[in-house]
Unconditional design. Structure first.
Length: 202
């Protein structure tokens, strides 16, 4: 998966968002049976990425070791393209139907299933719930974009939205890990300073 240069952001927050983007790519390859590269960016891609009334939203809720929400905004035309990949159809459907919505929701459940082991190995035991949702009413603390790469068989883009609650959890996890790492270095330095000095040291 190629990367678009990203603005500096907290490492855990970026890693979390990029993990979902990578899981999306893996699932698309699996369901379509074809290479389907994606690009990840913390910056909105060129073009008209602003939200529209027909956009489709999914809510991914985390409980357990981390708690919070992440939203996914999928333009309706992109939803049709993703369903086309799932069905391995030659062309996307002309109109959006309830069957398309169910298929797209199932796609994101598969993406969540792919992302879950990596999330648990890094941030602890969590449960993920994926469901259709209206646009988020909670504060969006961070966003990222996944877009089809130049060699992908179809063109698409979608936006990931982190809630303030989940962003705070990720930043706290990063701070705890940095604190543990610093403490481990201090212990090693202290142990080294306490080693006895012998003639061989001169």
């Amino acid at each position: 998966m190629s990367e678009i240069p990203m603005a500096p952001e907290p490492e855990d927050e970026t890693d979390y968002l990029q993990l979902w983007s990578a899981s999306l790519e893996e699932v698309l390859v699996q369901v379509s049976g074809a290479a389907c590269g994606v690009d990840f960016s913390l910056n909105a891609p060129p073009g008209p990425p602003l939200a529209e009334s027909g956009d489709i939203y999914f809510l991914i809720t985390l409980t357990g070791a981390m708690r919070g929400e992440m939203g996914v905004r999928v333009p309706r035309t992109v939803g049709l393209v993703l369903v086309q990949l799932m069905l391995r159809a030659a062309q996307p459907a002309a109109e959006w139907t309830s069957e398309h919505h169910e298929a797209l929701e199932e796609l994101f459940r598969q993406i969540a299933g792919r992302a879950a082991p990596a999330i648990r190995s890094t941030w602890g035991e969590v449960q993920l719930r994926v469901e259709s949702s209206p646009p988020p009413t909670w504060a969006v603390a961070a966003t990222a974009w996944t877009c089809s790469s130049s060699d992908a068989p179809v063109t698409f883009r979608m936006e990931w939205q982190l809630s303030a609650a989940l962003s705070a959890e990720l930043k706290a996890a990063e701070a705890r890990r940095n604190q543990v790492s610093t403490a481990a270095v201090d212990i090693r330095l202290e142990d080294a300073n306490q080693l006895p000095v012998t003639d061989d040291d001169f």
